[in-house]
Design a protein around this ligand. Structure first.
Ligand code: NDP
Ligand code: OXD
Length: 321
């Protein structure tokens, strides 16, 4: 007697729909998939499905699929569905991937170097066809403070250190990382007072919502080798107060910023951030998930689950990340 085919995997990924549809054709071949973006799935009963792969899913997704056994996030963060009604009490698996981590560190190192080397001023002069030499401080004259020492923060710390920056790190619980000074939650003010370039790689949770605000910016070191501190964020936009970033730059509390994430995405065209001197904007693509790698990761985790091995990269529901 042949075993029955396992239930297809439910996919609701608000990525590029054509790319998702194309790459799904060669993924999950043993069980198939139900892509919520496919009009043919409209009205289908989803109560027989065991696994869902999600990024910004429909608000009624968990009500339509109430019997899931494991939820996979389409990214490293899980905030896009943690507050949806009916979220079942089952394991939630984040996407942890070497390529994603590497691309995030490239973005972080690039942004730190752009501020260190005065790239905004070079761009301004180039547009005016002006030849204006600058002498930048050396990386070792600057302290980069990385907030969040998880998968992404720890890799960024390593690569910033290779570039010669003096690096310090902050996380909820204490960490020991060779060659860098670390601070736990209680050491926040001491950490900020040493930081010239603040790098945000925190997940969005109730504790980190509106966390990067005027009070926090005012505690960063003034008068370091860049003169004024700089704020860089690739964690989540709802962790930052954009009105406070704008006023901190206008009043000289901050010398500049690099932002990949925003309170509202896409960043509205009327946001003052677009035109503020010293601000670099990227459209939440510091480390986008690559679909082939994502689908392989989900296949590996399902195989582990079905063989009775522990799932990897499981979210702690109490911490929210
Ligand atoms: P991890 O879960 O591996 O690490 C999270 C880190 O943040 C941990 O060090 C954790 O501390 C710390 N942290 C969480 N809450 C707090 C808090 N309240 N106070 C202090 N520290 C805290 O996550 P990743 O490194 O994999 O990813 C981080 C985030 O980056 C994602 O959640 C996502 O939002 C964002 N991201 C953005 C991308 C982009 O393209 N812009 C791409 C991928 C991810 P502790 O170690 O003590 O638990
Ligand atoms: C993620 C992201 O969380 O791309 O992976 O933001």
């Amino acid at each position: 007697m042949s075993a029955s085919k396992p239930a297809p995997i439910l996919v609701d990924l608000k990525f590029n729909p054509d790319t998702v549809a194309r790459i799904l054709k060669t993924a999950f071949l043993d069980r198939g998939s139900i892509n919520i973006a496919d009009p043919e799935t409209k009205g289908r009963d989803l109560s027989d499905l065991d696994y869902a792969l999600l990024w910004k899913p429909d608000a009624d997704l968990f009500e339509r699929a109430p019997n899931l056994k494991v939820i996979f996030s389409g990214g490293a963060g899980v905030d896009s569905f943690m507050n949806l009604p009916g979220l079942p009490d089952v394991p939630i698996v984040r996407f942890v991937d070497h390529s994603l981590t590497t691309r995030m560190s490239e973005w972080v190192v690039m942004q730190c170097l752009m501020h260190q080397r005065g790239q905004a001023e070079h761009d301004r002069l180039q547009r005016k066809h002006e030849w204006g030499k600058q002498v930048a401080p050396e990386a070792s004259e600057l302290t980069v403070g990385v907030m969040g020492l998880g998968v992404l923060g720890q890799d960024a710390v390593k690569k910033l250190t290779v570039m010669g920056f003096n690096v310090i790190g902050w996380s909820r619980t204490a960490k020991q990382i060779d060659g860098i000074e670390t601070f736990d939650a209680a050491g926040l003010d001491a950490f900020l007072s040493k930081t010239d370039i603040l790098v945000g790689l925190l997940p969005l949770t109730p504790e980190t919502t509106k966390f990067y605000n005027a009070a926090l910016f005012s505690k960063l070191r003034q008068g370091g080798a860049l003169g004024k501190p700089v704020f860089i964020n690739a964690g989540r936009g709802k962790s930052q107060v954009e009105a406070d970033i704008v006023s901190a730059i206008e009043s000289g509390v901050l010398g500049g910023a690099s932002l990949d994430v925003f309170e509202v995405e896409p960043l509205p065209s009327e946001s003052p951030l677009w035109d503020l001197p010293g601000v670099f904007i990227t459209p939440h693509d510091a480390a986008s998930s690559e679909e082939n790698a994502l689908f392989r990761h989900v296949e590996r985790q399902i195989a582990r689950f079905e063989q009775g091995q522990p799932l990897q990269y499981v979210v702690d529901r109490n911490r929210g990340y």
